[in-house]
Design a protein around this ligand. Structure first.
Ligand code: PMP
Ligand code: GLU
Length: 395
């Protein structure tokens, strides 16, 4: 009999992908499901990027690329970090990977030893916890709530640190809360970290451009004392509507970059060549070229916040970036609707899928069991219809 490894048996299925698959399955069965579960822009990849890919195919880019990415792509990444984040990375500090997801997994693999603790402010992005566990690390969840805009305070950070702490890992703008750490807040966290010089920080900035301007983007690595131990992660999936192209990248201390490159050389040999060529064009373009998508997300944020405020029981912060709302739905726990008793956020999310035919993701997957995540990377018509259905299902 086939006996799978303990490692894979203990791994959770990605809740975001599982919910999207379930919604797809129900759709195939003929159910009219509105999918607000997956964090995926509903735009097409811009034409100027598609044209660069077509050109690359015609130019016969078809061989293995350097493991850490084409040199001209790494130069484009280097310029992007300088232009948008005031960060100076040498080319040997940059590694291009098959999506930011792989970049993150690489980092977890090259940093975590069995038993090492990794601090994850909740809510965290769904895959962080399992990436830690896959590498035999111990996730240390730090609870935050709506009142603190889902951001960890310096005191909370200090209390979570132990002699085993190896890494702090967060996203800003945050998936799922949309919160953005300000420069002041990051400097305050860095003050605590000054006392613990061996802790590595992973700053996942994949939603950097989907920032509605209320909180300016600031990177932990911009703080002098943090530059030498922060890995800045980014990618093109979100801002450029390129989820399926699978390109992400890091700027990191050279030692970490080299380790990621070594790992990648044994695991994937490097990212897809055509996608890499297209991403050079994407990153070299002025941000104004993608502004129309960001503007759309901003107006959809207003729409969904407005609609949700009209339904009793959803308590929301105003997300400053990304394309999710993360309402606290504990009001519904212990209540019965449509003959179904709701005990927790997972029940609530399933209820919305089955009764309202709207797919969302339970906050339990993000370490925040009182909330659910609703993506507004969807058309206005779908957002309006979904919220109408939710409202009806709860009355
Ligand atoms: N980090 C966060 C916070 C995300 O939401 C995602 C979503 N996919 C990723 C990383 C991974 O992105 P990619 O598509 O580049 O693998
Ligand atoms: N990051 C997206 C989300 O959170 C895509 C799903 C995934 O990569 O797991 O929905």
């Amino acid at each position: 009999m086939i006996q799978l490894s303990d490692k894979i048996q203990n791994l959770e299925t990605s809740a975001t992908l599982a919910m999207a698959a379930k919604a797809r399955e129900l759709k195939t069965e003929g159910k009219d499901i509105i999918g607000l579960s997956l964090g995926e822009p509903d735009f097409n990849t811009p034409d100027f990027i598609k044209e660069a890919a077509i050109q690359a195919i015609n130019d016969n880019y078809n061989s293995y690329t350097p493991v850490d990415g084409y040199e001209d792509l790494k130069k484009a990444v280097q310029l992007k970090f300088k232009r948008d984040n005031h960060l100076n990375y040498n080319l040997n500090q940059i590694v291009v990977s098959t999506g930011a997801k792989q970049s993150l997994y690489n980092i977890a693999s090259v940093i975590i030893n069995p038993g090492d603790e990794v601090i994850l402010p909740c809510p965290y992005w769904v895959s962080y916890k399992d990436m830690v566990k896959l590498n035999e690390g111990v996730p240390v969840e730090v609870q935050t709530d709506l009142e603190q805009d889902f951001k960890m305070t310096p005191d909370q950070l200090r209390s979570a640190i132990t002699p085993k702490t190896k890494m702090l890992w967060y996203s800003s703008p945050c998936n799922p809360s949309g919160s953005v750490y300000t420069e002041k807040e990051l400097r305050a966290l860095a003050e605590v970290l000054k006392e613990y010089p061996d802790i590595v920080v992973v700053s996942d900035e994949i939603y950097e451009h989907i920032n509605f301007g209320e909180e300016k983007t600031f990177s932990m690595a911009q703080i002098d004392s943090m530059y030498d131990r922060t890995v800045t992660v980014n990618g093109v999936s979100k801002a450029f509507a390129m989820t399926g192209w699978r390109i992400g990248y890091i700027g990191a201390p050279e030692k970490i970059a080299n380790a990621c490159k070594k790992l990648q050389g044994q695991v994937t040999s490097g990212a897809n060549c055509i996608a890499q060529r297209a991403v050079i064009t994407a990153l070299e373009a002025p941000v104004e070229k993608i502004q129309y998508m960001i503007d759309k997300f901003k107006s959809r944020r207003k729409l969904i916040l407005d609609l949700i405020s009209r339904i009793q029981g959803f308590e929301c912060n105003e997300p400053k970036g990304a394309f999710y709302i993360f309402p606290n739905v504990s009001f519904f726990f212990g209540k019965t609707f449509n003959g179904k008793k709701i005990e927790n956020a997972t029940d609530f999310s399933m209820f919305l899928l089955e009764v309202a035919n709207v797919a969302t993701v339970t906050g339990e997957a993000f370490g925040s069991p009182n909330c659910i995540r609703i993506s507004y990377a969807a058309s206005e018509a779908n957002i309006e219809e979904a919220l109408e259905r939710i409202k009806k299902s709860l009355t």
